[in-house]
Write a protein that binds this ligand. Structure first.
Ligand code: HEC
Ligand code: HEC
Length: 194
């Protein structure tokens, strides 16, 4: 009996030591699980192009919600994101979102057309975009940051709210806008620098 107990102790120790060593390493669960994301969203989520969203420094609550929506097939038009998000549990998606949200935000470097941007500012003021997204488009909690986001992505996602591919009560206000109005809004918010 005594021998058997000793045996269990040794087995337990052999199992626990590597687990402890792993936990002590600096890599968080969100960072580990979120590594494949960098393939498209770039290191730390600072996607440099126009059409891929920046996710480094996005608001955590919004990002977690969006990832769950992708997994549930609620955001139509993005096959790659839906397939990817389905591969994770809800807890994993929250951990990945916390990880990217914890990065400091860095503004887009996309080229902005000053005329379109000025028109976008007027449309934004008239339609109360700042009421929900903040005066610099920084958002908060469930309201996404849109200031300094990449311009092509903003234009595309606005079109999806307009056509109903993504359903959102709050964003229904863009349904009556023209494509050039959406483009102007995208140019304005993308060009915000703070
Ligand atoms: C194969 C390329 C690819 C990979 C890998 C990828 N994404 Fe995406 N992601 C996209 C594209 C393209 C979009 C633009 C949105 C769309 O098309 O709906 C996007 C959009 C998003 C959005 C929405 C952004 C917003 O502001 O609403 C989030 C959040 C996101 N991705 C997070 C992730 C996370 C987290 C991972 C890793 C688990 C990941 N992505 C992996 C291509 C990718
Ligand atoms: C009543 C509050 C409210 C108002 C007003 C509002 N928004 Fe939004 N907006 C939201 C919420 C909430 C979401 C996230 C919806 C979702 O889950 O898809 C959102 C999402 C967005 C997104 C997608 C961000 C991303 O990362 O994918 C863009 C772009 C956007 N809004 C731009 C605008 C513009 C431009 C205006 C003004 C014309 C505006 N919003 C007005 C609440 C609002």
């Amino acid at each position: 009996m005594q021998k058997l107990r000793l045996f269990y102790c040794i087995v337990a120790a052999a199992v626990l030591v590597p687990v402890a060593a792993f936990a002590a390493s600096a890599v968080s669960e969100g960072e580990r699980l979120g590594r494949p994301c960098a393939g498209c969203h770039a290191t730390d989520g600072y996607a440099p192009g126009e059409y891929i969203a920046r996710i480094g420094g996005q608001n955590a609550e919004y990002m977690t919600k969006v990832m769950k929506d992708f997994a549930a097939g609620k955001r139509k038009g993005s096959v790659e994101m839906s397939l990817l998000a389905k591969g994770y549990s809800e807890a994993d998606l929250a951990a990945i979102s916390e990880y990217y949200a914890g990065k400091p935000w860095k503004n887009s470097t996309n080229k902005i057309d000053p005329k379109k941007s000025a028109a976008g500012f007027k449309i934004a003021k008239e339609n109360g975009c700042f009421d929900c997204h903040g005066t610099k488009g920084e958002g908060m909690d469930a309201y996404p940051r849109i200031g300094g986001q990449n311009s092509g992505y903003l234009h595309e996602v606005l079109k999806r709210y307009q056509t109903g591919k993504i359903e959102s009560e709050e964003m229904a206000l863009v349904k009556d806008m023209s494509d050039s109005q959406l483009e102007a809004l995208a140019q304005y918010f993308s060009g915000i620098r703070k």
